[in-house]
Design a protein around this ligand. Structure first.
Ligand code: OGA
Ligand code: MN
Length: 285
């Protein structure tokens, strides 16, 4: 008999974005056609969730590699044995953190937006989750762009903004005192997604510091208005973690943030970071 490819069950998570993909065990070697359906669901829904997984570091790393090369380069003392894998955790061993981003609330951001080739997507696998909080919130930046008034869309055309971030100074919240040598990159404010061709707002409260060519006040006013617009409830889905969740977001068309949690509770997730491509802006009209 010919092998038949069944279509995967894809259930929307919220009106804002996100979909759960059911019936896949990521420990299995996924056929090309199944992977193609997962990729399509990711591009269509911006965030995908696969629940009740039981993933070794090796298996998660292998699944990440199906999407393309990974982004490594994290601090060597951290507990991981594979380039592109890092833990997001407040767990300490011998007094030292084993992972990144240990503490509480985090402002909305897009991973690596301050770099030349920001990560295309980030995958987290939940291992231990606090009893309350530590939820991850996602904002749909396509919808945020599409719902802007026409005069604002015209104003944003060809505008660029400077993204600055220093993990050692302001890992979770924007700081006024960012060192002069902090990593930084100017990016278009409206980004064209390389796979879908759709336009998305590409700025975020944690990392975007200044709009090129505007005075300090004009820039703060414009960015403040855009941050408030993106972070409206109708564009947001809040994910409440369960151990065994594998969730992957698209950094090119979503922002993510984290709600607070009790630091005395353990939070442990394993992260695989996909490499990205240079950011492409709107083509001049
Ligand atoms: C990240 C991140 C959010 C979370 O890993 O880039 O922002 O919920 N994590 O831990
Ligand atoms: Mn992040």
């Amino acid at each position: 008999m010919q092998p038949t490819t069944q279509s995967l069950e894809v259930r929307k998570l919220s009106p804002a974005l996100g979909a759960e993909i059911c019936g896949v065990d990521l420990r299995d070697e996924l056929p090309e056609e199944t992977f193609a359906q997962i990729l399509r669901a990711w591009h269509d829904n911006l965030v995908i969730l696969l629940r009740d997984q039981n993933l070794s570091e090796e298996a998660q790393w292998q699944f990440g590699l199906r999407f393309g090369p990974l982004s490594g380069g994290y601090i060597r003392e951290l507990e991981t044995s594979r380039e592109g894998v890092v833990y997001v955790s407040n767990v300490r061993k011998d007094g030292k953190l084993i992972g990144i981003l240990p503490d509480g609330e985090m402002q909305f951001h897009s991973d690596q937006s301050y770099t030349e080739q920001p990560s295309q997507g980030t995958m987290l696998y939940a291992i231990t989750i606090p009893s309350v909080g530590g939820n991850t919130l996602f904002a749909n930046c396509y919808k945020a762009y599409e719902t802007l008034p026409d005069d604002v869309k015209i104003r944003l055309r060809n505008l660029k903004a400077l993204h600055v971030y220093d993990y050692n100074v302001n890992p979770t919240h924007r700081s006024r005192d960012i060192p002069k040598d902090a990593p930084r990159r100017t990016q278009p404010i409206v980004r064209v997604h390389p796979a879908t061709g759709r336009k998305a707002l590409y700025i975020n409260r944690l990392m975007t510091a200044h709009v090129e060519g505007l005075s300090g006040q004009e820039s703060d006013d414009l960015l403040g208005m855009l941050f408030d617009h993106i972070e409206q409830p109708q564009f947001i889905h809040e994910h409440v973690w369960r151990p065994g969740d594998v969730l992957m977001w698209d950094n090119r068309c979503t922002l993510h943030a984290r709600s607070d949690f009790d630091p005395s509770e353990t939070r442990l997730l394993r992260r695989v970071t996909l490499k990205g491509e240079p950011v492409v802006g709107e083509v001049a009209a």
